[in-house]
Design a protein around this ligand. Structure first.
Ligand code: SF4
Length: 378
């Protein structure tokens, strides 16, 4: 029998970082539900550093699944059949033994409500054939399981063996009928896990996935502080808001991946991998950022191209008024550029329109989408 997690009582709740008390938050790849916080896996680069709860190693629930579900589907930014959904991607791993009963329970609640939204589960932990059968039993939601695999073998950086993720991916792929399994190859850190052997291993693993998504390291100040405190060599000399992966490094990696796994689909963006796996257009509107599409298979490119359209003027105007955009939006053939919206409202607009929405004060440059300037430590 699986263990489950305790509900945090009111006194303990006051100790939880305020930014984690609200379990619903719009993150880049979707509206995210996180009513369980705590993880024992200790990956050095975990986003939990940003919420100041890295030391909370025992998963605990802020409320019941039913309460969390109700709060989620009544959230102001949740749109049935449209909003991409993510479960437990901020403060725990959804497949930890204590957490996964809740993961299955929530998937069931979403599915039984007749919702057809994309739902993303990201894990690096163990997935069993029984888990796969539960995933296969869902009939409405479009479920994607992304398995985080890095190939990093320095236990200071990543105490959990990558073989666990590799086995989970193989199991998921072998049993998949109604859901899709993605190789989430990340974080790729120059000098740490980008050798020819590392790339060859990842490319071999890609044969056991419906698609591969790769990305660099999210190297923020809080994570750099942790690296310094633990004596872990710092991969970069500066921190950044976006993920770090230098352009030449990306090109080299793609060439070597293609040589080992010719024709095996690989994407820079999570939503593109999900879109390909489910044969749907990219819900994040990356098609406008044309340089992202050079790895995309022709059939998928055609799917995105057929669905691509300039945002409806009346709908855009009304969204700008409701969300509180400052001044007039600028619509280019790549993105809608707005001023005065925080990330959550920009993502809501992006998913409503299927078109990228950028902040005028944080410009995206050609060929640098989601990529920060990187200065490597040699
Ligand atoms: S065509 Fe471009 S936007 Fe669409 S899935 Fe492929 S890479 Fe992503």
């Amino acid at each position: 029998m699986e263990k489950s997690v305790d509900i945090i009582n009111a006194m303990q709740l006051s100790d939880v970082n305020p930014s984690l008390r609200d379990p619903v938050e719009y993150r880049k790849s979707g509206l995210s539900l996180n009513h369980i916080v705590g993880c024992p896996l200790d990956c050095s680069y975990c986003v939990r550093h940003l919420f100041g709860n890295f030391d909370q190693r025992i998963p605990q629930a802020l409320m019941t699944d039913k309460q969390a579900f109700e709060q989620f589907i009544s959230h102001r930014y949740f749109q049935p059949h449209i909003t991409p959904v993510q479960l437990f991607n901020r403060a725990t791993d959804p497949m930890l033994p204590e957490v996964k009963p809740h993961t299955h329970n929530l998937l069931g609640l979403l599915d039984q409500a007749g919702l057809t939204n994309n739902v993303l589960i990201i894990t690096r932990w163990r997935v069993t054939p029984e888990d796969c059968e539960s995933f296969n039993a869902l009939s409405n939601i479009k479920l994607t399981i992304l398995v985080t695999y890095s190939g990093i073998d320095d236990p200071k950086v990543e105490p959990i063996k990558s073989s666990i993720a590799a086995n989970s991916l193989r199991t998921l792929f072998r049993h998949s009928r109604r859901y899709r399994a993605l190789l989430y190859w990340r974080p790729i850190v120059p000098g740490l896990n980008d050798s020819a052997a590392h790339i060859a291993q990842a490319a071999q693993l890609a044969a056991h996935a419906h698609a591969t998504v790769f990305s660099g390291l999210f190297y923020r100040k809080e994570i750099a502080d942790y690296y310094q405190s633990q004596g872990i060599p710092e991969p970069y000399s500066s921190t950044a808001r976006r993920k770090l992966l230098p352009l030449e490094e990306e090109q080299r990696l793609l060439r070597m991946y293609e040589a080992h796994a010719p024709g095996t689909p690989i994407f820079r963006k999570t939503s593109c991998g999900v879109a390909y796996a489910h044969q749907q257009p990219d819900y994040n509107g990356h098609f406008g950022i044309t340089e992202l599409c050079d790895t995309c298979p022709a059939t998928q490119y055609s799917t995105c191209k057929a669905a691509w359209k300039t945002p409806d003027e009346a709908l855009l105007k009304s969204l700008c008024a409701t969300l509180g955009v400052d001044g007039e939006p600028l619509v280019t053939d790549r993105a809608i550029i707005v001023r005065g919206l925080d990330e959550q409202r920009r993502y809501f607009m992006q998913h409503t329109l299927g078109y990228q929405v950028h902040d005028a004060d944080k410009p995206h440059h050609y060929d640098r989408h989601g990529r920060a300037e990187a200065q490597r430590n040699l």
